[in-house]
Design a binder for this molecule. Structure first.
Ligand SMILES: Cc1cc2nc3c(=O)[nH]c(=O)nc-3n(C[C@H](O)[C@H](O)[C@H](O)COP(=O)(O)OP(=O)(O)OC[C@H]3O[C@@H](n4cnc5c(N)ncnc54)[C@H](O)[C@@H]3O)c2cc1C
Length: 567
C-alpha cells in the first residue's frame, strides 16, 4: 500500500527513514513544529518491531509517574545499572528530556500514555531503583479512528492474540486465566469477547481495540495523518544525497525511475537496526546467538549502512550489541516459523527450571530476559547452555502454559509432532529424550524440589527480589517463584538466545546528530531508535529501555532539525 498526500513532492523539510517508534516520533514532532515531513518506509506496513512489542516506555520522573521519583534518583540508578562512561552524557540527556518528550506528545499528538502502576526496574536492588511507575504504556486505542489506514498498521504476533486478532491488555490476562473461577473475571471476559465479535462482524480484518506496541504505533500513525505527514510505504532509498558536507536529501527508486527528494533540515535514520541482517549479526553478535531474532525481521541494517556511507562511525558498547531474550521456536502446521520470546510469561512462575546440557541449573530463571540470555552465553563457556531446556510438569503447563503453548491447552499433539514440546512419563525418560545424564538431572530436580517445599532456593535465590516475585505468582506460597516439579507427565522445550533488537548503531550526540570519525556531527543527519548506538551501551536495565530512548531521541532529532535554518 502506498499512501501519498502529494506523490510529487520533492522538496521537504525533514525526511524520516523508517516508521517505528523512533522514526514516527521524530516525524510527529517535526510536523507539530511546522516542518513539511516525509516518512519513507521500506515495507508495506508501518510499525516495525515496535508494532509487535510490549510498547513499554521507560521514562522516569515524567508527569505521569505516580510514585515519588526524581531525576537524581534515576541518575543514581542508571549510574549503577550501566556502569560505564561510554554514553553517560546521552543517558543524562535522556533522563532530563524524556519527561519533556512525554508532555510534548501528550499536548501535540494523539499519543496518550499512562503509568504502569507496578513494574520494577530489572536491577531492582541497585541504588536508585524503583518498583513503581517509571514505565509508561500506551493507552488502549480504538483503531476505527484510523479509518482505512488501520490496514497500514503491522499486526501483532499471532501468539499474543486470541481468536485470530483479539489483543489482550496486560491487566486482562489474569481475567482470562480466572474466567472459570471468578464471576468478575467471567463478566470482564464476556464483555471483551462481545466487543471483539462486534468488531469482526462490522467487517474489520482484526480486533480494533489495540493495546501494547500496536496501540503506540496506531497512535503515532494517527498523529502523522492528522498533521498531513506524507508516508510512502514500500519505498526504498538508494542513497543519501550530500552537498558541501551536509546531507541534503535522499535518492529513491520509483516506478518511473530514480528521484531525488530534498530535505532542507535533514534526514533521520530510523530503520530499526540490524536484527535481520546476517553480515552485521556475524560482525557484532556472539556465534551462538546469530541465528534467531524475535523481532519483526525488518531491520536489515540499512540505516547503519547509509550512515557509514557518509562517514559515520560505529562503536560497540561494553555490554554487548543486542537486547536479548530467550526464545523457543518451531514450524507450525501452516509452515510458519514461530519464534516465541520468553520475556514474562513462564520463566518466573512457580514449578519450572532451566537446565544446561549437563542437566544442571545454571542461573536464576526468574531474572530479566536479557540477564537470562547473558547467563546462557556465559554458561556456554563451561557447559552447553545453547540450547537450554525449560523443565516443568503437567500442573505447571496447564496453569501457566509454556512458551507458545497457552495455559489450559487440551491438545498438545501438534506441539509434540513439531518437535517443540517433549513429554515423558518420568524424569528419567525426559532426561533420556534430551540426551542429558539422567542421574545428574534427577539430582537437580530433587534439590530444587526440596528447596521449593520451604520456599528458599539454595542454589540461585529464585524469587529473592521484588522483580522476580512480581513476575512469579503472588498466590503461590511461600515463594511466588517456586513449586515442586512432581506431577507427571514432565515436559521440556528448548531455549535459544534471540534478540529483541540490536544495540550497536551509529555514534550520535545528545541531539541525535550522527557523528563522524572526528566526533563531529555530520550536518543534516540524525539517528534514533536502534539505528542510533544504544545509550545503555548494550545493557538492559529496565522495561522499556529501548522504546523510551528511541522516542526521546526521535523527539530531540526533530526539535534540533526544526531549529535548523539552512536558507
Ligand atoms: C516481542 C517484543 C517485545 C518488546 N517489547 C518491548 C517493550 O515493551 N519496550 C521496549 O522498550 N522494547 C521492547 N522491545 C524492543 C523494541 O520493540 C525495539 O527495540 C524497538 O521497537 C525498535 O524501534 P525502532 O523504531 O528502532 O525500529 P522499528 O520499530 O523496527 O521500526 C523500524 C522501521 O524501519 C523500516 N525500515 C527498515 N529498513 C528501511 C529502509 N531502508 N528504509 C525505510 N524504512 C526501513 C522497518 O520496516 C520498520 O518499519 C520488544 C521487542 C520484541 C520483539
Amino acid at each position: 500500500m502506498m499512501v501519498t498526500m502529494d506523490r510529487k513532492s520533492t522538496n521537504m523539510d525533514l525526511i524520516v527513514l523508517g516508521a517505528g517508534a523512533g522514526g514516527m516520533t521524530a516525524a510527529a514532532v517535526a510536523a507539530a513544529e511546522g516542518l513539511k515531513v516525509l516518512v519513507l518506509e521500506k515495507t508495506a506496513a508501518v510499525g516495525g518491531t515496535t508494532a509487535i512489542s510490549g510498547g513499554m516506555i521507560w521514562a522516569p520522573n515524567s508527569h505521569l509517574t505516580k510514585a515519588p521519583d526524581s531525576l537524581e534518583k534515576a541518575k543514581t540508578y542508571l549510574d549503577a545499572a550501566v556502569p560505564s562512561d561510554a554514553g553517560r552524557s546521552q543517558r543524562r540527556t535522556f533522563l532530563e528530556r524524556a519527561p519533556e518528550m512525554i508532555a510534548y506528545l501528550e499536548k501535540n499528538t494523539s499519543v496518550k500514555l499512562q503509568a504502569v502502576p507496578i513494574y520494577p526496574d530489572y536491577e531492582v536492588d541497585a541504588p536508585g531503583a524503583s518498583t513503581h511507575g517509571r514505565v509508561l504504556e500506551p493507552v488502549c486505542f480504538d483503531a476505527r479512528a484510523l479509518g482505512s489506514a488501520f490496514r497500514m498498521v503491522r499486526p501483532p504476533l499471532p501468539e499474543f492474540t486470541l481468536f485470530s486478532g483479539m489483543m489482550i491488555a496486560r491487566p486482562d490476562i489474569v481475567h482470562f486465566r480466572n474466567a472459570f473461577r471468578s464471576l468478575p473475571s467471567s463478566l470482564r471476559v464476556a464483555r471483551l469477547m462481545a466487543e471483539y465479535i462486534g468488531q469482526r462482524l462490522a467487517g474489520k480484518h482484526r480486533g480494533t481495540t489495540l493495546v501494547l506496541g500496536n496501540a503506540l504505533v496506531a497512535r503515532l500513525l494517527k498523529s502523522l495523518l492528522d498533521r498531513g505527514v506524507e508516508i510512502r510505504c514500500r519505498c526504498e532509498v538508494k542513497n543519501l544525497v550530500v552537498s558541501n558536507n551536509r546531507v541534503i536529501g535522499v535518492r529513491v527508486t520509483t516506478e518511473g525511475g530514480e528521484q531525488t527528494i530534498a530535505a532542507r533540515c535533514g534526514v533521520v535514520l530510523a530503520t530499526g537496526g540490524f536484527s535481520a541482517d546476517i553480515p552485521l549479526r556475524e560482525a557484532y553478535l556472539p556465534p551462538q546467538a546469530r541465528t534467531l531474532t524475535a523481532t519483526a525481521g525488518v531491520g536489515t541494517g540499512d540505516g547503519l549502512r547509509y550512515g557509514l556511507s557518509v562517514g559515520a562511525q560505529i562503536t560497540p558498547g561494553p555490554f554487548g550489541s543486542a537486547y536479548w531474550t530467550p526464545a523457543s521456536h518451531y514450524r507450525d502446521t501452516n509452515d510458519r516459523h514461530v519464534v516465541f520470546p520468553h520475556t514474562v510469561t513462564d520463566r518466573a512462575k512457580p514449578g519450572l527450571i532451566a537446565v544446561n546440557r549437563d542437566g544442571r541449573r545454571f542461573t536464576n530463571e526468574a531474572v530479566s530476559y536479557h540477564q537470562f540470555v547473558t547467563a546462557m552465553l556465559r554458561e556456554n563457556n563451561v557447559a552447553d547452555a545453547v540450547p537450554a531446556h525449560l523443565i516443568c510438569d503437567k500442573r505447571f503447563l496447564w496453569k501457566y502454559g509454556l512458551g507458545a503453548i497457552r495455559p489450559m491447552t487440551l491438545r498438545l499433539g501438534r506441539y509434540k509432532a513439531a518437535g517443540y514440546l517433549k513429554e515423558a512419563a518420568t524424569l528419567h525418560g525426559l532426561a533420556d529424550s534430551l540426551l542429558i545424564d539422567a542421574r545428574t538431572f534427577e539430582a537437580t530436580i530433587d534439590r530444587y524440589n526440596g528447596d521449593a517445599q520451604v520456599g528458599k532456593d539454595t542454589e540461585f535465590d529464585r524469587g529473592g527480589n521484588v522483580y522476580q516475585r512480581f513476575m512469579g505468582d503472588a498466590e503461590n506460597f511461600p515463594n511466588p517463584c517456586m513449586a515442586p516439579i512432581e506431577a507427571p507427565p514432565f515436559y521440556s522445550i528448548a531455549l535459544y538466545p534471540a534478540d529483541l533488537g540490536t544495540a550497536t548503531g551509529l555514534d550520535s550526540d545528545d541531539d541525535a546528530r550522527v557523528l563522524d570519525d572526528a566526533g563531529q556531527p555530520i550536518a543534516g543527519l540524525y539517528a534514533c531508535g536502534n539505528d542510533m548506538n544504544a545509550i545503555m551501551q548494550g545493557a538492559y536495565p529496565s522495561p522499556g529501555t529501548t522504546i523510551g530512548p528511541a522516542m526521546t531521541y526521535g523527539y530531540l532529532a526533530a526539535m534540533h532539525a526544526a531549529q535548523t535554518d539552512t536558507n
